[in-house]
Ligand binder design. Sequence first.
Ligand code: 3SL
Length: 237
Amino acid sequence: MEPKIDVVLSPNLLELYDLSGKIVVVIDVLRATSTMCAAMSNGVRHIKPVATVEEALKHQGGDWLVAGERNGEKVTGFDFGNSPAEYTKDVVDRKQLVLTTTNGTKCILASTQADEVLIGSFFNYSKLGEYLKSSAKDVILFCAGWKNRVNLEDSVFAGYLVDYLKESHTWESDAVELVHLAATTAMNDLEAFLYNASHAKRFRRLGNHEDLKRCCAIDAYPSLMRYENDLLVPFDN
Ligand code: 3SL
C-alpha cells in the first residue's frame, strides 16, 4: 500500500490529525524554517527551538547564539533576528543556536507525537523530497501560517512537496489538492506569486525588501534536520 500525504493548513487545525507513526514536516518559509536550513548548512551544531523569549535568554553565554523575532523584528538583547542572511558561516560555524519565533518554533514543539519531525523550506526542497520519497512513510505537511491563520507561502511550499511526492504518496484530503493547485500556478514565477502574501507585505512595511526573494531560492541550503531530545540535529540521507 502506498504511503499517504496530508496537509495541516494552520496550527489551529493540528488537533484534527493523528501524528503517531508519521513524519511531520514543519514549514515556515517566511522565515523560521528557511533560517534553520541556512544556519544548519553554514555549520551550526544544532538548533534548540523554544517557545518564549525568556527561555531563549537563559542560554546567553558560552557558545550559544540567542536568536529569533517577534512580529518579524529582532528581539532586544538577542544576537540575531530571523533572516537567513544573518547566519553566515563565519558567525555560526560550530556554534549552538537557540531560536524562538512567532509561529515556526511553536509548531515544532507541538509536533512531538510524530515518529519523526523534520524541517522544510524551499532551501532544502529536493533533498527533503527525496528523503520523504525514500522513507515511504505517511507524511503530514504542517504549515505554520501566521498566528493560526493560513498563509500563502507555507501552503505553496507544501504544494511543491506534494508535487514531488505525487507518484509515491496517496493524497488524503482536499487540503492536498488545494496546495497542489496553488503550487502548480506558483511554479511559473514563485517570487511574483508570493509578492502579495500578507507576510511579504508585512516585510515591506518593515523595510525588508530582500527576504522574500532570498527565501524563494530553491535548494540554496540543502540541509536535512530532525527534532530529537529538544534539539534540531543534522542528518544526511
Ligand atoms: O513566525 C515565525 O516563526 C517567523 O518565521 C516569522 S518572521 O518571518 O521572522 O517574521
